[in-house]
Design a protein. Structure first.
Length: 126
């Protein structure tokens, strides 16, 4: 990991991203499951350039703290940073901000897999 691996993405909180819409709560605020998905997406995109053809990553662990409520229409920014790579296992720190306010932080682990082999294994389990 000779280069610094960091990626930032932004998105607008939509009604479909709320706890009320997702069923994780009763209020129309940015849902923890939507926050988690945004974090995982940014981490996945950060790792893409290091993958070989046919490879992808799958999330295996997400230790998340949702620190502050965010309303519909607000812009949130996710920042993923690769902390460590050990073989196929990648460990990342992901933070999400509303403006300059930290609203969520996580340590996230992803594993590099061959997409076809992974899906063949899953399909044979059914």
């Amino acid at each position: 990991m000779e280069k610094e691996w960091i990626l930032e993405e932004t998105r607008c909180v939509m009604e479909k991203d709320t706890a009320k819409a997702l069923g994780s709560g009763d209020l129309p605020v940015y849902a923890t499951p939507a926050l988690a998905a945004f974090m995982e997406h940014t981490a996945k995109e950060l790792l893409k350039p290091m993958l070989k053809e046919g490879e992808t990553t799958v999330g295996t662990h997400l230790h998340l703290d949702h620190l502050k409520a965010t309303g519909v229409g607000k812009t949130v920014r996710s920042r993923a940073e690769l902390l460590q790579g050990e073989g196929r296992k990648m460990t990342l720190r992901v933070e999400v901000f509303e403006g300059e306010v930290l609203i969520g932080t996580a340590i996230h682990e992803r594993v590099i897999v061959d997409g076809n082999k992974f899906m063949n294994k899953i399909n044979h389990m059914i």
